[in-house]
Design a protein around this ligand. Structure first.
Ligand code: ADP
Length: 627
């Protein structure tokens, strides 16, 4: 079989779009191409060292792994050369012609062509190899996979306009050379001083030496590394600047934005490992994708082992990026082995605490940054109490909700804030955190269920996330306080800011005839009809039984295809309301029925619910308005 022939391929459509957007939106940031190429070269060296653990011959005859940056001002070229793992012809076609990560196509099609916005989006996506085309109008890749014959070298070339060519190449050196033929407006990069500055700025933390040569003087050049060439996490914390931490974050995360915070720790004693964990400032586009990338970069005794090692953190902390370098694991550990390793298990629980403490510190020290964190990752963190029962109190302390305290649509209140402000609002002597669930913030804020709470100055959390009810179920309680749904069961409020503002307790005996008549008219639509002191402005509201499933849980279960029993709420009415007074004296049976049903429908609507039969509602309303 001969694959030596020259072939021309078209880039995958997504790649074309990405290339186009990248060239336009990253123009002002174009020097990053060097960082991206050096980062790839360093990854290639990492991967070779890893494969050489099982097959040391791969390192021969050149075991001194490094990255070389060459420039030639006359020819207007810059090359990044590594003696790492290299690529086969198939790999070249797959890696440099397509974008493999699932969901990428969709993501790219959201990009609009608006430069500023797209620069951000592209940044989070990780620009990688293709950034070469921001400064070059022709890019040549020459490569040979470690272990392959010299005749199996590959030459790849493209002008970034939609097509690329591949052909076989005789190549004695192992690894990859990427040569950029600079655009006229980018020739400034073929310059020693410029390149050296960029290497220091972007690639200091690369664990391999990055050496520089001018093609003109090759051979006699001194081999002096232009970077520090020491893995960042191995250095003492006190010697690392924030800028270095931030640059390293870009290397591990492919994210342009600065991280919100990080935590760098060296553990010694029973276990030995170093961890450097970052909290990003923005959710990656595939955070909710089941196949989305997650996990840490794993090193064992400084040797790179794998990307995306998921076993070191629980799923609800999947947004954390970073590195863990273990002194205890074996160099030939595999993904399968990681899953059942006791060392990994104990590291996972320590790293989880570390992240939760880091978030706690961020919340205390920098509420503005914490608000950003919450906006981006709050929903993921809410999975915590269910997944990680042991840490549920710690996770609960990090949660943020909207509340009647300030009626802000931005969830900015913690459970501790709530408890700190609480003045009574107990129920039957039990300390309670009151909450209300609804589909939207507006529906929550104006729910009739809040009337008595507002009047008495008792704070209520407003929960509008679809998983909130499920979350509360897993929390159970917080700091000795039970969670209590304002819509559930009968209220027995004590205290509050203004307990004297309580609505008068209706006398059930006095209204019994009306309640019975309503119950008879409404039939199976409701479980019961009661007089209530919950309401002051509204005529009625719907209450669910003490042990019944709430509306959110119902929806959540229906969405996953489970059948849930028909809801049968309790109608609570405010006998002091004019509508109820009017009903009490209504003698026309048909009008009584219309009014009674309207009251139920209103109660549904007032809490943001949907009517089973909107047409019938409209007809009834018209009859009443006209009659
Ligand atoms: P990323 O590095 O984020 O995966 P890139 O676009 O930079 O994306 O690179 C795509 C792939 O091409 C890499 O994952 C790697 O498999 C391959 N690649 C790029 N540069 C090199 C190199 N110097 N040596 C070996 N493989 C490389």
């Amino acid at each position: 079989m001969s694959v030596a022939a020259r072939e021309t391929h078209g880039f995958q459509a997504e790649v074309q779009k990405l290339l186009h957007l990248m060239i336009h939106s990253l123009y002002s940031n174009r020097e990053i191409f060097l960082r991206e190429l050096i980062s790839n070269a360093s990854d290639a060296a990492d991967r070779l060292r890893f494969e050489a653990l099982a097959n040391p011959a791969l390192l021969e005859p050149d075991s001194d792994l490094k990255v070389r940056v060459e420039y030639d001002a006359a020819a207007k070229t810059v090359s990044v050369v590594d003696n790492g793992i290299g690529m086969t012809r198939e790999e070249v076609i797959r890696q440099l012609g397509t974008i493999a990560r699932s969901g990428t196509g969709e993501f790219i099609s959201q990009l609009s062509g608006e430069q500023k916005k797209d620069a951000n989006l592209i940044g989070q996506f990780g620009v990688g190899f293709y950034s070469a085309f921001i400064v070059a109008d022709r890019v040549v890749v020459e490569t040979r996979r470690a272990g392959a014959a010299a005749s199996d070298g590959v030459h790849w070339e493209s002008d970034g306009q939609g097509e690329y060519s591949v052909e076989n190449l005789e190549r004695t050196e192992r690894g990859t050379r990427v040569t950029l033929h600079l655009r006229e407006d980018a020739v400034e990069y073929a310059d020693e001083f410029r390149l050296r500055t960029l290497i220091r700025k972007y690639s200091d933390h690369i664990a391999f030496p990055v050496v520089m040569t001018s093609t003109a003087e090759e051979g006699e050049a001194k081999e002096e590394a232009a970077n520090e060439a020491k893995a960042l996490w191995t250095r003492p914390r006190t010697e690392i600047t924030d800028a270095e931490y931030q640059e390293f974050y870009r290397h591990v995360s492919h994210d342009f934005q600065e991280p919100l915070t990080w935590s760098h720790n060296k553990v010694e004693g029973k276990r030995e490992y170093v961890s450097l964990l970052y909290v990003p400032a923005r959710a990656p586009w595939d955070l909710w994708n089941r196949t989305g990338s997650r996990g840490l970069k794993l090193y064992v005794k400084r040797v790179f082992i794998m990307d995306d090692a998921e076993q070191f953190l629980p799923l609800y902390l999947r947004f954390v990026r970073g590195v863990v370098d273990s002194g205890d694991l074996s160099l030939n550990v595999s993904r399968e082995l990681l899953q059942q390793d006791a060392v990994v298990e104990s590291m996972k629980s320590a790293l989880t605490k570390r992240v939760l403490d880091t978030l706690d510190r961020l919340a205390k020290d920098d509420p503005v940054k914490y608000a950003t964190f919450w906006k981006e990752f709050g929903r993921v963190l809410k999975e915590g109490p269910a997944e990680d029962h042991a840490n549920r109190e710690k996770v609960a302390a990090l949660l943020r909700f909207s509340s009647t305290h300030n009626d802000s649509a931005t969830p900015d209140q913690s459970l501790a804030d709530y408890i700190g402000r609480r003045k009574g609002g107990d129920e039957g002597g039990k300390k309670v955190i009151w909450y209300l669930t609804a589909d939207s913030f507006n529906a929550a804020r104006s729910s009739p269920h809040l009337e008595v709470f507002r009047k008495r100055g008792i704070e209520v959390l407003l929960l509008t996330d679809t998983i909130d009810e499920w979350l509360i179920g897993h929390l159970g309680e917080f700091d000795g306080h039970e969670f209590r749904d304002v819509k559930r069961g009968e209220l027995e409020l004590d205290g509050g800011d203004q307990p004297e503002a309580a609505n008068p307790k209706p006398d059930a005996g006095e209204h019994q005839a009306l309640l019975d008549r309503l119950k008879q008219t409404l039939g199976a639509q409701v479980q019961d009809v009661r007089a209530t002191d919950r309401l002051s402005e509204s005529a009625a509201c719907l209450v669910i039984g003490e042990h019944e499933m709430g509306a959110q849980m119902r929806k959540l279960m229906q969405a996953t295809g489970q059948t849930v029993p028909e809801a049968q709420p309790i109608l609570e009415v405010n006998p002091a309301h004019p509508l109820l007074k009017r009903l009490a004296t209504e003698t026309d049976e048909a009008r009584f029925t219309d009014l009674a049903l309207l009251i139920v429908d209103q109660a549904h609507l007032a809490e943001g619910g949907q009517l089973e039969d909107p047409g019938a509602f409209v007809q009834r309303l018209s009859r009443i308005l006209l009659g």
